[in-house]
Design a protein around this ligand. Sequence first.
Ligand code: SAH
Ligand code: MG
Length: 225
Amino acid sequence: MDAPPLPPPAPTHERWERREQLFGLARAATGFMPDDEGEALYLAALRAGASLENATFVEIGAWCGKSTVYLGAAAEETGAVLFSLDHHHGSEENQPGWEHHDRSLVDPSTGRIDTLPHWRRTIIGADLESTVVGVVGDSPTVSSRWTIPLAFCFIDGGHGEAPAWADYRGWARHVVEDGWLAIHDVFPDPADGGRPPYDIWRAAVDSAEFVEDGECGSLRILRRI
Ligand code: SAH
Ligand code: MG
């Protein structure tokens, strides 16, 4: 009689420790991703990295690198590469006078928000530079020239109507069959938050090109069919 198939290997001690180290750094980083949602994001990206060879991940909206470290952990573990895109000037809601403004992030020489030095510090501190590539620029400009098929795409950029739709139209089309699309700040109840991330999530589901594949808090995971 044949021996029964072996169970998948448990993560090695080193791998487990590295994951815990990265989760700790992600939790400590400045940003807008609750711990449980960050770990759910990691798990979804881990599946993408494990199921597709030489996988490419893209994150839209990096801020100071919090979600970048969760995604970077999954990329490192599976040999994927993460492109983390942001112009680093903040979204509308981060500008002076808005709810999510942080004056300490303004570069006095330009008078504009600049989260790039903070993002770099986070990535260097996490020792993720061989896995994570920063792309500094405007999302629609980059998506208009992008050609690499994506195993995993995380949309968490500008949450206004125009930027959210531009991200959905510009990036969802690059997700490969059986690949994943994750959207953050999806609030079914308008009392909990702005509409555009919810609207693009609805559009993805209604398109019948994506099926729901998990959620945690305001994070929605979709899979292309
Ligand atoms: N994922 C981050 C939070 C991102 S906040 C975390 O885990 O903490 C949203 C980000 O989208 C901001 O950093 C802002 O600069 C970026 N952004 C908004 N509009 C953009 C655009 N058109 N191009 C590139 N980045 C943009
Ligand atoms: Mg968000």
